[in-house]
Design a protein around this ligand. Structure first.
Ligand code: NAD
Ligand code: UDP
Length: 322
């Protein structure tokens, strides 16, 4: 079996490539290294079944693959806002290219969407039936609306051209292989704590997120991709959902202040203190996935509690920082 992983040199993409190689796939990673890094795939490059294309997902893609996983897109707010036009381009042209290839070759597609499509959610916990509360013109819109449009493209290619696509709405996921300058809260807090710098909490830290360890997500992705299409179609039709879309996250919810304190608890030698900065615009107040559908379809739920996942991630960043 052949798989293409776009964003394969990124945090999640590199874990997925590794897992697919273990599962016996021939894996091609495609990445323009915008936020990804060669370090994440260094060990994989020696594997005879792994190859790397340094390319932009927004440019036409060739080749024949049984499965395509579309993860290419900067995921951290500072990075997706750095060149917001490029973010929209990546989201929209990337999935259009992939769908065109899938239609031509019959490949199965898994598209990485995001909890951000719910925006500053008025429904809590967020479930797949909720349509979201998103600002179309704000600083986060390039990502939120780009990802929403990508979902539309997936749903329409499925309806109009019969492409077998499975969408996942990923909730805050963390772990080894995150870029040290990624800018998301878990890696920021750990690196600040390890360097003895103050931990920067935005707002008063009462906003919440639900943190999923990367291995739990990758396990769910593989289970979902392995389901026969007939089963997927019947399941989502019975749910009254127009397309196969699943929340994947860990429902254990933490305030950002609680997260900061847990990081400092695990790095007791740190001299860091907490400092508070203004909350960025459109920062969602509460985020917690309803994962009833994923449980029912995949028999899956997350296994790694935050304390254990943080310990692994801290060990990783200790080795990176030397
Ligand atoms: P990441 O930034 O580490 O990985 C993204 C990868 O995509 C990087 O390697 C980057 O270089 C590559 N990329 C970006 N633009 C590209 C382009 N135009 N062409 C080719 N490659 C490009 O982030 P991640 O956390 O691994 O996220 C992977 C995917 O999962 C993204 O699509 C993201 O939106 C989605 N997601 C992640 C999370 C999370 O919490 N980690 C949450 C929701 C959704
Ligand atoms: N955050 C923070 N300090 C940081 C980075 C982020 O307090 O150094 C906050 C951010 O404002 C948000 C939450 O932590 O409320 C999660 O931010 P992240 O960028 O990880 O992801 P988001 O879920 O907002 O996309």
């Amino acid at each position: 079996m052949k798989a293409l992983v776009t964003g394969g040199a990124g945090f999640l993409g590199s874990h997925l490539c590794r897992r697919l190689l273990v599962d016996g796939y021939e894996v091609t990673a495609l990445d323009n290294l915008y936020t990804g890094s060669r370090r994440n795939i260094d060990q994989l490059l020696a594997h005879p079944a792994f190859s790397f294309r340094e390319r932009d997902v927004a440019d036409p893609i060739d080749g024949e693959f049984d499965e395509i996983y579309n993860l290419a897109c900067p995921a951290s707010p500072p990075h997706y806002q750095r060149d917001s036009v490029m973010t929209v381009r990546t989201c929209v042209l990337g999935i259009l290219n992939i769908m065109e290839l899938a239609e031509k070759t019959g490949a199965k597609v898994m598209h990485a969407s995001t909890s951000e499509i719910y925006g500053d959610s008025l429904v809590y916990p967020q479930n797949e039936r909720y349509w979201g509360n998103v600002n179309t013109i704000g600083l986060r819109s390039c990502y939120d609306e780009g990802k929403r449009c990508a979902e539309t493209i997936c749903a329409d290619y499925r309806r109009q051209h019969g492409v077998d696509v499975r969408m996942i709405r990923i909730f805050n996921t963390y772990g080894p292989n995150m870029h040290p300058e990624d800018g998301r809260v878990v890696s920021n807090f750990i690196i600040e704590a390890l360097k003895g710098e103050d931990l920067t909490v935005y707002g008063d830290g009462s906003q919440t997120r639900s943190f999923q360890y990367c291995t739990d997500l990758i396990r769910a992705m593989r289970l979902y991709m392995e389901k026969p299409r007939t089963e997927i179609d019947a399941f989502f039709a019975a749910q009254g959902l127009e397309a196969p879309v699943l929340n994947l996250g860990n429902p254990s919810e933490w305030t950002i202040l609680e997260l900061a304190r847990e990081v400092l608890r695990q790095i007791p030698e740190s001299k860091s203190r907490l400092v508070f900065r203004p909350l960025p615009s459109d920062d969602p107040k509460h985020r917690k996935p309803d994962i009833a559908l994923a449980k029912a379809l995949l028999g899956w739920e997350p296994e790694v509690p935050l304390a254990a996942g943080l310990a692994q991630t801290i060990a990783y960043f200790e080795s990176v920082l030397g």
